[in-house]
Design a protein around this ligand. Structure first.
Ligand SMILES: Nc1ncnc2c1ncn2[C@@H]1O[C@H](COP(=O)(O)OP(=O)(O)OP(=O)(O)O)[C@@H](O)[C@H]1O
Ligand SMILES: Cc1cn([C@H]2C[C@H](O)[C@@H](COP(=O)(O)O)O2)c(=O)[nH]c1=O
Length: 217
């Protein structure tokens, strides 16, 4: 096995099963003796988590400007990369991250309508060429994912955050943007049908991960 760490991201719309499967992916890799760092965006460090709170806060006393939203996402990312992701990869750990820059192209690009070239400029500035080695895009129809989310919110007694309050068209645009990214970069982004029982989803994740483990040897 190479000593270089690997960067794996999970992506997809709200409620498709990212958190559930992130834990499973981390365990799958740890079972193979790898050091795994499990993290998320926006967030992953105390200051980046504080930016996450600003982004997710549904208070409508002061609407968040779309460019401010984009810059906050990348500010949190810069902090997360500097403090967590890059040091972990440098010491040979595997980083498994719930969302990364594909989410920015999907939410701020597809959802908010910010041109992809503007997002790409910030991506180059903040990431300096760093890209995930593998992205697992969990995909399913928005309506079914919304039902799952309602089930979880009901059980948690949780309230919807600023993004979860968006309308259906927003989430349809997010899904289209994710699928367009996967079509542009099929070598990195694997689309996984998430609208299946968990065992079937995880069997496919297992196959994808084991193929990568084999080819990265
Ligand atoms: N394949 C599946 N079949 C049925 N239910 C599932 C499946 N995967 C996840 N769930 C359930 O759906 C709900 C949402 O899953 P989860 O919280 O993992 O999604 P998420 O993509 O992380 O959501 P968010 O976008 O809000 O972070 C949870 O209650 C989870 O137990
Ligand atoms: C990384 C990233 C995230 N978002 C949005 C997408 C989600 O609605 C929230 C994060 O909450 P979750 O628990 O992961 O669902 O943030 C975004 O708009 N842009 C991004 O780059």
């Amino acid at each position: 096995m190479s000593s270089r760490g690997r960067f794996i991201t999970l992506e997809g719309g709200e409620g498709v099963g990212k958190s559930t499967n992130l834990a499973w992916v981390a365990d799958h890799l740890m079972d193979r003796g790898l050091e795994v760092v499990r993290t998320r965006e926006p967030g992953g460090t105390p200051r980046a988590e504080a930016i996450r709170q600003l982004l997710l806060d549904p208070a409508d006393d002061e609407p968040l400007d779309v460019d401010a939203e984009l810059l906050l996402v990348f500010a949190a990312r810069a902090q997360h990369l500097a403090r967590v992701v890059c040091p972990a990869l440098a010491r040979g750990a595997w980083v498994v991250c719930d969302r990364f820059t594909d989410a920015t192209f999907a939410y701020q690009g597809g959802g908010r309508g910010i041109p992809a070239r503007r997002i790409a400029e910030l991506e180059s500035f903040v990431q300096q060429g760093l890209q995930p080695d593998l992205t697992l895009l969990l995909d399913m129809p928005m309506e079914a994912a919304q039902r799952r989310l309602e089930g979880r919110l009901g059980r948690d007694g949780g309230a919807r955050d600023r993004f979860e309050r968006e309308r259906g068209e927003f989430f349809q645009a997010v899904r289209r943007a994710y699928l367009a990214r996967a079509a542009e970069d099929p070598h990195r982004i694997a689309v996984v049908d998430a609208d299946r029982p968990l065992g079937q989803v995880q069997a496919e994740l297992s196959r994808l991960l084991d193929n990568c483990l084999e080819s990265w040897r």
